[in-house]
Design a binder for this molecule. Structure first.
Ligand SMILES: O=P(O)(O)OC[C@H]1O[C@](O)(COP(=O)(O)O)[C@@H](O)[C@@H]1O
Ligand SMILES: [Mg+2]
Ligand SMILES: [Mg+2]
Length: 284
């Protein structure tokens, strides 16, 4: 009996699946920037705000959800008395919208107040707005890929990470990479094919589909890298580990993270075990 058996995590997945077509339908005309910035200093797009409003309504309205936190809002919102807290990256890779490239939505489900530790995560999911709209949802029992239709999530199939790695994607500019990461990257580049879109959800979905590694490392002048621990790193690490893969921040599983602040960042490596172990040795 896992937590997801007793607390209606499925309701969160269904609410996300219901919001996804509305979020996608709202892209047109919302790729432009607002005058505002989010808590991590990114210029907010109209689409970021619109997606956040839809998710706050769909997820925040659930009886099981007591707290809602978004990458686009400074503070955690109390939205009810339910035992669950949800973290939301309403639009991941939002800068891709202007170039009509893939974007996504990331949701983490915790049975603790936010900011919460990776060990408090009971479920996670991402939606990919690519040629199709798909969702990968994970609990302690594993990861499942769904097609998203106007009638919700359909055709669930296991989203197991292939044993044989074939693709990689590395964030950050090469001159900003540390020497240790550069050594690691050079070896991987000799072995695998490059697949990097600029949207974490799309790049991790490549890895989950074809095997390999995605990383946004710590950089020379930004040791914590770019990605947000609570909203991006922990939920995506949970999904990749549930699919049979591994994660690291360079020294330990991303799920061992205990963020002290809501919008802090962390280096992130996700993919096949051997490539993650090799990263930890290279960065040791
Ligand atoms: O432009 P860069 O440095 O390659 O960064 C791309 C990374 O930033 C992100 O776009 C950040 O996500 P948001 O769009 O949610 O802010 C990730 O999806 C992606 O992995
Ligand atoms: Mg993001
Ligand atoms: Mg975002």
């Amino acid at each position: 009996m896992t937590m997801s058996d007793v607390v209606p995590v499925a309701d969160v997945f269904d609410a996300l699946a219901a919001a996804a077509p509305e979020i996608r339908a709202g892209f047109a005309g919302r790729a432009g920037e607002t005058d505002d910035h989010n808590a991590t200093g990114d210029r907010q797009l109209h689409a970021d705000i619109h997606a956040d409003e839809l998710l706050r309504a769909h997820l925040g309205g659930l009886d099981a959800v007591g707290q809602y936190a978004s990458e686009e809002a400074e503070d955690v919102s109390d939205v009810g008395t339910g035992p669950l807290s949800v973290s939301v990256d309403p639009l991941d890779g939002s800068s891709n919208l202007g170039a009509n490239n893939p974007t996504g939505t990331i949701v983490g489900v915790y049975d603790a107040p936010l900011p919460a530790a990776g060990s408090d995560l009971v479920a996670a999911a991402y939606v990919l707005y690519g040629p199709l709209t798909t969702m990968v949802a994970a609990t302690d029992d594993g990861a499942t890929r769904y097609a998203i239709t106007p009638d919700g999530r359909r055709d669930g199939e296991p989203a197991d990470l292939p044993d044989e790695p074939t693709v990689y994607g590395f964030g950050g500019r090469v001159p900003d990479w540390t020497a240790d990461f550069t050594d690691y990257a050079r070896r991987v580049e000799d072995e695998l094919k490059l697949r990097y879109s600029g949207a974490m959800v799309a790049d991790v979905n490549q890895v989950l589909t074809y095997g390999g590694v995605f990383a946004y490392p710590g950089l020379r002048d930004r040791p914590a890298g770019k990605l947000r621990t609570q909203f991006e790193a922990i939920p995506m690490a949970y999904i990749v580990e549930a699919a049979g893969g591994a994660s690291t921040n360079g020294t330990r599983s991303v799920l061992d993270a205990e963020p002290e602040t809501l919008h802090e960042r962390t280096p992130v490596f996700l993919g096949n075990d051997a490539l993650i172990e090799r990263a930890e040795r290279a960065l040791d």
